[in-house]
Design a protein around this ligand. Structure first.
Ligand SMILES: [Zn+2]
Length: 249
């Protein structure tokens, strides 16, 4: 069986002398690994396609017996350039990809996740100086796609829109309430969110990655926002960033 589809290259590794394995993410199949036989030697066959962060149209053959995927042809659709030559941008993109790989998005959510990955890379490629908070926005958005992030625009108890008011995040319960409704039955960790921190959260959940890159929040709002995302991701996805990778918290 053979098919042709576009995919993002997440990782590339060598095996044996000249062969490569490629970790891909497609809007149809989600994540999978494919082999590129001769991929490390005959670079011409794959024409510079086998590099992480490339957007490529692949022809893929699926073997009947072993069920493995084998790349037979590749055409580069686009590849980031600013990103690759600017360590801070590249670091943020890698941070986002590591989180993405740790979260495990299945085929049902693949199209939305793929669109998010593409928008993330485009924003980091094109922004003049992407905000350091960018990966936190990405984590919140991916957790939203994954169904493990709270609604951020209205109180989970009384339903009142937050508007320009402050809010409280109840971490273990995974919900935000207005200050009037904060005395719920739960006694877990609570994080206060001033209006500016709350608007950062709303932007993460429903805004555009271009706006994440361009945001210049005041440091107090940035701290509340970061802490809230970290706590929610740690508690509801079981992931924490430690020493260059995501670990099970
Ligand atoms: Zn309320």
């Amino acid at each position: 069986m053979e098919f042709s589809e576009q995919a993002l290259v997440l990782k590339v590794g060598r095996f044996r002398e000249i062969d490569a394995w490629v970790r891909l993410f497609s809007p149809v199949r989600g994540g999978y690994t494919a082999f590129a036989f001769g991929g490390m030697k005959s670079r011409r066959r794959f024409l510079g396609c086998l590099d992480p962060l490339n957007h490529v149209r692949f022809k893929v053959r699926r073997s009947g017996r072993g069920g493995y995927h084998c790349l037979t042809e590749a055409r580069l659709l686009d590849a980031p350039t600013n990103l690759r030559h600017d360590p801070p941008r590249l670091g943020m993109a890698i941070n986002c990809l590591k989180f993405f790989e740790a979260v495990h998005i299945g085929p049902q959510g693949a199209a939305d996740a793929y669109a998010l990955l593409r928008a993330m890379l485009a924003a980091l490629e094109n922004a003049s100086a992407p905000a350091a908070l960018f990966p936190l926005f990405f984590r919140a958005r991916l957790a939203t796609l994954h169904g493990t992030f709270p609604v951020c625009d209205r109180c989970a108890v009384c339903g009142r829109p937050f508007g320009d008011d402050e809010a409280v995040c109840h971490v273990e319960a995974g919900r935000l309430t207005c200050p009037d409704c904060r005395r719920g039955g739960d006694h877990g960790v609570r994080q206060h969110l001033a209006p500016e921190a709350l608007s950062l959260l709303e932007s993460a959940v429903s805004g555009d990655p271009g706006a994440w890159a361009a945001c210049r929040p005041d440091p107090a709002a940035a701290r509340e926002f970061s802490r809230t995302v970290d706590l929610l991701v740690r508690f509801h996805l079981g992931l924490a960033w430690e020493q260059g990778g995501f670990v099970r918290a």
